[in-house]
Design a protein around this ligand. Structure first.
Ligand code: UGA
Length: 435
């Protein structure tokens, strides 16, 4: 199959290189010439474990290439994936579909022969219908089938998720397109990954319903964690106790500072808006969104409390800036709100993150970016773990204590055991566990 990916961001690039690795001929296209230039030189625009090696192998094998040119690439492709960004529209939370629709127009003008056009970007219900309408309006002769094929990749584990998916969801209304999509995913299909064919609208909704459910699950355990703190229970044991019930499942029950990233915050908001627009509000998710927002402030207050209610002029070390480990992504990271709030309380922030500091600098000034965790902790009154990078799991606590003015450790990811930390003379605060 000849596959074209329009958009070489996170989704387009990971999907494109994995399709190439299946043996398809893949072209990854992007309008950003600097990005394409860098990819050609073997430099990745994002940090994702294993991505650079997989790109190199497939480029060498002649199955993967990069371009800024769209017209010819569309004409040559059997399948064109739209994997452009769908950011939250400023002010109203709706997904901004202008890039998707612009791509549809360009595809329509360039298409030759039967072509399957697949939306991989996360798009609200009905977007596939609009993409189809735009293509037909722009070029009534175009022989295309428009398909929805959402992705379920987690940053930091995206290649693994792509190659071993729980399921592949494909929404379509065209028998020829079904054949093509089956061929595109044949290697996974042979590996018994369930392939679910649905209507296009159903497929579009599955993506939002899945992400919103996971966000809801996290928010639920976060509220249980708050209750645990009040009644002297342990949220990790509660999570295990309920997670062993197969109907509940143990994943996504880690209490923490609230969910962040490029997906959950944006997708929950977009689902809320779609539901309201259709006069069918999903109040559970409306509440999830607002609880998660408030949670970040609450985490900053937790730090302030751990320092006896006063952080003015005090140095606080933040370990972990990205919204989760193994990524350099800072989008909607809880660390941003927590840091801003602590700064509003008058604290001075020193921070360290293994991969996220370059992106962090773009969104936060007034922060001292340190060389490592111990450098950040020098002279600090408190160390706050916001992201559970492996590097922070086995810190030398004696060394850390020696560097700090006042040894307080606030562990917002529950990666330490209270006994161990307090034995070293720290005041220790975590989330939803007895002190
Ligand atoms: C999420 C979904 O997990 C993917 O299936 C989906 O494809 C992707 O969004 C997307 O729509 O593109 P991702 O945002 O990369 O993936 O990261 P997650 O691992 O889901 O974590 C999201 C946030 O939830 C992070 O801030 C993480 O720290 C938090 N989280 C996750 C918790 O606080 N507790 C948990 O138990 C799990």
């Amino acid at each position: 199959m000849r596959i074209l990916m329009i958009g070489s961001g996170y989704v387009g690039l990971v999907s494109g290189v994995c399709f190439a690795d299946f043996g398809h001929d893949v072209v990854c296209m992007d309008k950003d010439a600097a990005k394409i230039e860098a990819l050609r030189a073997g430099r990745m625009p994002i940090y994702e474990p294993g991505l650079d090696a997989l790109v190199e192998t497939n480029v060498k094998a002649g199955r993967l290439s990069f371009t800024t040119e769209l017209v010819e690439s569309v004409a040559e492709a059997d399948v064109v994936f739209i994997a452009v960004g769908t950011p939250s529209r400023r002010g109203d939370g709706h997904a901004d579909l202008s890039y998707v629709y612009a791509a549809a127009r360009e595809i329509a003008a360039a298409v030759k022969g039967f072509t399957v056009v697949v939306t991989k970007s996360t798009v609200p219900v009905g977007t596939g219908d609009e993409v189809e309408r735009i293509i037909r309006e722009t070029n009534p002769e175009a022989d295309v089938a428009v398909v929805s094929n959402p992705e379920f990749l987690r940053e930091g584990a995206a290649i693994e998720d792509f190659k071993r998916p729980d399921r592949i969801v494909v929404g379509l209304h065209d028998a020829r397109a079904k054949e093509v999509m089956t061929e595109v995913y044949r290697p996974l299909y042979l590996n018994q990954a369930p392939m679910l064919f649905t209507s296009r609208r159903t497929s579009e909704l599955i993506k939002y319903a899945a992400n919103a459910f996971l966000a809801l699950k996290i928010t639920y355990i976060n509220e249980i964690a708050d209750l645990c703190e009040q009644v002297g229970a342990n949220v990790q044991e509660v999570a295990r106790g309920i997670g062993l019930d197969g109907r509940i499942g143990s994943k996504f029950l880690h209490a923490g500072p609230g969910y962040g990233g490029s997906c959950f915050p944006k997708d929950t908001l977009a689902l809320v808006k779609t539901a309201q627009d259709h006069d069918s509000p999903i109040r559970l998710i409306e509440t999830t969104v607002s609880i998660n927002e408030q949670r970040k402030e609450a985490m900053a207050r937790k730090v302030v409390r751990a320092l006896q209610g006063d952080v003015r002029g005090k140095r606080i070390a933040i370990l972990g800036l990205t919204f989760k480990p193994n990524t350099d992504d800072m989008r909607d990271s809880p660390a941003i709100s927590i840091i801003r709030s602590l700064q509003d309380h008058g604290a001075q922030i020193a921070a360290y993150d293994p991969e996220g500091m370059e992106n962090a600098r773009k969104v936060m000034d007034n922060v001292l970016y340190a060389e490592g965790p111990y450098e950040a902790a020098e002279g600090a009154e408190a160390v706050v773990i916001v992201t559970e990078w492996n590097q922070f799991r086995a810190l030398d606590l004696a060394r850390l204590k020696g560097l700090m003015g006042h040894p307080v450790l606030v562990d917002l990811r529950n990666i330490y055991r209270a006994e161990e930390v307090t034995r070293h003379g720290f005041v220790y605060e975590s989330v939803g566990r007895p002190q």
